[in-house]
Structure formats: C-alpha cells, structure tokens
Design a protein around this ligand. Structure first.
Ligand SMILES: Nc1ncnc2c1ncn2[C@@H]1O[C@H](COP(=O)(O)OP(=O)(O)OP(=O)(O)O)[C@@H](O)[C@H]1O
Ligand SMILES: [Mg+2]
Length: 343
C-alpha cells in the first residue's frame, strides 16, 4: 500500500438475505482513499453507496448480512477484527457524518455533553477536559460562542449548526478518515456551501481523508480530487476529478454527466438516463447496466466486465474497446453541444 493510502477496500460484498431473496447491495467493490484527499462517491439511489461505507464503519449488523472481502485500514483488515477493537477504530480512526444530524444527535442531551461523552468513550481524561475539547471543536467548526452553545440542546440549533456539531463530534477524536454521507442534502444552498467549505478546510488543516457521498455532481466537481461512480453495488468507474468529468469512460458516467446541468454547461437541456436502476435481488446478467446502455453489444448481456485500469489510474468496468469509447463520447458531446445551441 502506498504510504498516503489510508483505506484500501478489496472486493467488498454485502448481501442481505430477505424474504424476497438475496439483496446484493454491494457486490465486489474495490477502491482506495488517500490521506488529504476527498473521494466523491456518486450513483443513483439504491446503488449501494451508504451500505458500502456503513460496512466500512462497522455499522452494518453482521448477523443480518453476509459480508466478504477486505477493508484495510492502517494495514489491518477491519472485517476480521473483534468488535471491541473495531469500536476503538470507529471512534479514533474514522468518523461519519450523516444526512440528518437529528438521527445522530440525541434530542435529550446538551450538544456539548454529547460531544464530551463521545470523547470520553475513547479517551481516558477528566470530564472537564473532555468538555473543554468539545467546546474547542465547536469553535473549530465555526459555531459562535461555543461555550454557550455547548449548553444548548440540538433543537435549539439550526440545521446547518447541527451538521457542524456532527462534524465537530466526528472530528473530536482526530480521525484519519471522515465519511460524509450526503451531509448537505437537507440544508439550503448557502448553508450547503458553508458546510462543504468547512469540510474542505478541515481536510487541509487536519490532513484527513474525506469520503463525500452525494447526488450533486456540481458538489463533487467543486470539492473532490477523485470520483467513484457506483452502479448496482459496484464501482463502474474511478478516476481523478478531471479525468471523470472531462474524459469519462463508462456509458453510465456519460449518462449521469448528461443528466445533470454541469457547472460549466448551464443551458444544456437535460437528457435523463432512460430506464430504472435494477433490482439488487434480480441483477441483470452480464454488465448490470446493459439493459439501459445504448452502446451495448455482443458480450454485454452475458459477461460481467472486469473492473480494470487500461492506463492512467482510471479503472472502469465496460466491454467497449477504448477507441470506440473515445469516438462514441465525442459524438455524444457533439450532440450535446448542438442541443445546447438549439435551446
Ligand atoms: N438492512 C438491509 N436489508 C435489506 N436490504 C438493504 C438493507 N440496507 C440496505 N438495503 C438495500 O441495499 C441497497 C443499497 O442501499 P443504499 O442505502 O446503500 O443505497 P444508496 O446508494 O445509499 O442510495 P441513496 O442514494 O438513496 O442513499 C438498496 O436496494 C437497499 O434497499
Ligand atoms: Mg445512501
């Protein structure tokens, strides 16, 4: 593993047995996250984004899910670790922030107390010191008058402040990795921008690795250095932000990029991706995207494409030869430009 690699996930599978059948929520995903880097994770609803990272955090009930693969953090496989050691890592090594802070903040306890308690679960220190640290962290995340605010309950905070408090809690134990699962979806646009700015600043100041799960490609474009595109429980493309936005290789990524007004492409008419994501119980054979792919050909409905890097640190899973991809993508781009000119 390179020295700045914080997290390495190898062929992770998370399958849930249900009355309707086996839900293959995550089905063989591999990727890395580096220190000081933000990985943006995108994909339609139900593509397995949250389950992937909840599993990495150890928040999936292993009695109700079959989990396979490796999750290497600091060189150790978290999937093989006993629960008590894992609990230490979960607090110390990784922190997670969710879409709705009200689900993570307890309504009956003061915000400062909750952060202090989280610190005390993992650190042996006097209560007053933990409380002082909690106030410091509220200050770090930009909550004014932190000592006063620490004495308030979550409902006395605005949505943006609650999200800041969650980030303060996640960072209070100096984790190496911060996982943010749609941290700004519930917030208005101005507050969203402030929270993203905060996460970006904390990444620099604390040199943490950040995973940002979002539906907003504009956000990914603004804050991520690497991008992972997920489809049906797998990564279909991973690359640098510039590679994925300027030179996307997978037809699903083409569809995603065309379906969303890009920061630089205002005025372009939207072309939604036709069809629906597959059921994760009855995943289509071959490439799971083939029923929706306008470029499918002979092997696509039979053989699962391997997730491979054909050079440039930009792996993807698709049967199309690279020359065909370049041609098709430039034709699609030309089509988009002419639609834009006509609109
Ligand atoms: N405990 C569970 N039991 C059965 N199926 C589950 C369980 N948890 C998640 N799933 C299924 O796993 C799939 C992936 O869910 P996940 O929440 O990871 O999607 P997501 O990409 O985060 O979607 P969204 O963008 O809507 O948040 C979904 O089909 C979901 O219904
Ligand atoms: Mg989710």
């Amino acid at each position: 593993m390179p020295s700045d690699c914080l997290l390495e996930v190898k062929d992770l599978k998370v399958h849930f047995p249900t009355d309707d059948g086996l839900v293959k929520a995550v089905d063989g995903i591999s990727f890395t996250v580096d220190r000081g880097q933000t990985l943006g994770v995108v994909g339609e609803s139900g593509s397995g984004k949250s389950v992937t990272f909840m599993t990495i955090m150890g928040l999936i009930n292993r009695k109700k899910a079959h989990v396979e693969g490796e999750v290497l953090f600091g060189g150790r496989d978290l999937l093989k670790m006993p629960e008590d050691e894992l609990r230490k890592i979960r607090g110390n090594g990784m922190g997670m922030v969710f879409q709705d802070p009200m689900t993570s903040l307890h309504p009956y306890y003061k915000v400062g107390t909750q952060i202090a308690e989280a610190i005390l679960t993992h650190r042996d220190m006097p209560k007053e010191e933990a409380h002082k640290k909690a106030c410091e962290m509220l200050d770090v995340v930009g909550i004014p008058q932190p000592a006063e605010r620490a004495k308030q309950y979550p409902h006395e905070y605005s949505g943006g402040m609650r999200q800041r408090a969650m980030i303060a809690m996640a960072l209070s134990l100096n984790p190496d990795l911060l996982i943010a699962d749609e941290p700004t979806t519930a917030l208005d646009v101005t507050v969203q921008a402030q929270i993203l700015e905060l996460i970006g600043r904390l990444k620099e100041d604390f040199n943490v690795g950040v995973v940002l799960i979002t539906h907003d490609l504009g956000v990914v474009h603004d804050v991520a250095q690497r991008v992972m595109v997920m489809y049906a429980g797998r990564a279909v493309e991973i690359g640098s932000r510039d590679e994925v936005f300027n030179n996307p290789l997978h037809p699903y990524a083409w569809g995603l990029l065309e379906s969303i007004p890009h920061v630089d492409q205002k005025g372009t008419r939207l072309v939604p991706i036709e069809g629906l994501p597959p059921s994760l119980i009855f995943v289509p054979p071959g490439c799971p995207f083939h029923p929706r792919c306008p470029h499918r050909f002979e092997p696509c409905d039979k053989e699962i494409p391997a997730f491979i890097d054909r050079g440039g640190g930009h792996p993807e899973a698709c049967h199309l030869p690279i020359e065909d991809k370049r041609r098709i993508y430039s034709e699609r781009e030309a089509g988009r430009r002419s639609r834009k000119a006509a609109s």
